[in-house]
Design a protein around this ligand. Structure first.
Ligand code: NAP
Length: 346
């Protein structure tokens, strides 16, 4: 067990996942915030920008070019896609562990990544060793990870919902459907017209039906669980909420199965996956600000369609909370350290 506090660097401390990392790590018993970057706000006290952090964080933002990231034990990249891959090689060479909240290291096939993300990968040689950080799927590999690819928000909700079914081989893995909805913070803090209050409030719509970047990531994970190629139709929606993802998942049963028992057994030892009692309907507000994923499984009318309802907070289990969970595993800390937050309700 580690006694010394881990020195933490956060690149991208002004964004939504960055401030969520700060909220969790400021009171983490084994963490010491060391460097928090911003290009535009360098020199400004973090708590001036985020008053919620007054008396918890007393550091100023530093410019990423001047931050002493190599002095950290672990650096989180809470940055847009394509940033972590520019610095990962150098940090890893200095013995710093890297946790990327973006997608740079999530997809194993670099040509698939380059197609969906529209850029050349800066360090394809690191992809094979990067570990996909879904603890419920990859915990043993995460323990030894030096470079951790933290899953996307939709991919977390969808994969946790399908995992029991695919591992048990009781559904047709080629005809999976994920109908998923996210709150507006999923798009980050940068100014964009579609997340303006007057655009996203009091409105509801699908987007990316023809192809969303999370599709190849989810398909890769579902195929790993099934042990063969999985086929997925994924339709994301924007909900007029700040936080939260609700995924409604559909699969065709191919074998008789006690679904409730299957889900309860799969997640019996998982602190952050809560299988609700038979007949339940999880709500996004039941996980707000917490690292929980709550799941209910249904078999409507006793037919051959399984419906799984999976909710997470996109900024916590879908991003910063899962990243801290992964850090805890990587550094042999209690997996729930700093993450025992009661969800905020109402
Ligand atoms: N929002 C979610 O629910 C969610 C969930 C899972 C994963 N993610 C992923 O997590 C990452 C961060 O998302 P977010 O929602 O926090 O984004 P965001 O709110 O837009 O914040 C982005 C952060 O990155 C910094 N940044 C931008 N360009 C940079 C550069 N070239 N070099 C260094 N820093 C740079 C920005 O800081 P300055 O401009 O101040 O430097 C800002 O702090 C994204 O890759 C996103 O896809 C997000």
């Amino acid at each position: 067990m580690q006694t010394k506090k881990l020195k933490i660097g956060i690149v991208g401390g002004t964004g939504y996942t960055g401030v969520e990392l700060l909220r969790l790590l400021a009171i983490h018993p084994n963490a010491e915030l060391f460097a928090i970057t911003s290009r535009g706000e360098a020199g400004q006290p973090v708590a001036d920008m985020f008053p919620s952090l007054r008396s918890y964080v007393d550091l100023p933002f530093v410019d990423p070019a001047e931050a002493d990231l190599s002095a950290c034990d672990v650096v989180f990249f809470a940055t847009p896609n394509g940033i972590a891959m520019q610095q990962a090689r150098e940090l890893l060479a200095k013995g710093v562990r890297v946790i990327d909240l973006a997608a740079d290291f999530r997809i194993k096939d670099v040509s698939v990544w380059e197609k969906w993300y529209g850029m050349a990968h800066a360090c394809p040689e690191l992809i094979a060793d990067a570990v996909y950080g879904l603890p419920e799927l990859n915990r043993e590999k995460i323990r030894h990870a030096r470079l951790l690819a933290n899953p996307g928000c939709y991919p977390t909700a969808v994969q946790l919902g399908f995992m029991p079914l695919l591992k048990a081989g009781v559904v047709d893995q080629l005809s999976l459907i994920a109908d998923a909805k996210s709150g507006a913070s999923g798009a980050g803090r940068k100014a964009e017209v579609h997340t303006l209050f007057a655009e996203a409030g009091d409105n509801f719509k699908a987007y990316g039906v023809g192809g969303h970047r999370h599709l190849p990531e989810i398909s890769q994970g579902l195929s790993q669980m099934a042990g063969q190629l999985a086929g997925l139709t994924f339709v994301p929606h924007l909900m007029p909420l700040i936080r939260g993802i609700h995924a409604t998942l559909y699969a065709k049963l191919t074998k008789p199965c006690d679904l409730q028992q299957l889900f309860e057994q799969t997640y019996a030892d998982e602190r952050f996956v809560d299988v609700l009692p038979r007949g339940s309907h999880p709500e996004t507000r039941s996980v707000r600000a917490s690292n929980q994923c709550r799941i209910a499984v249904h078999q409507p009318q006793g037919g051959d369609t399984v419906v799984v309802l999976s909710v997470i907070d996109n900024l916590v289990k879908g991003a910063a909370g899962q990243a801290v969970q992964n850090m805890n595993i990587m550094f042999d800390l209690p997996e729930n350290a700093g993450l025992e937050v009661v969800p905020l309700l109402p």
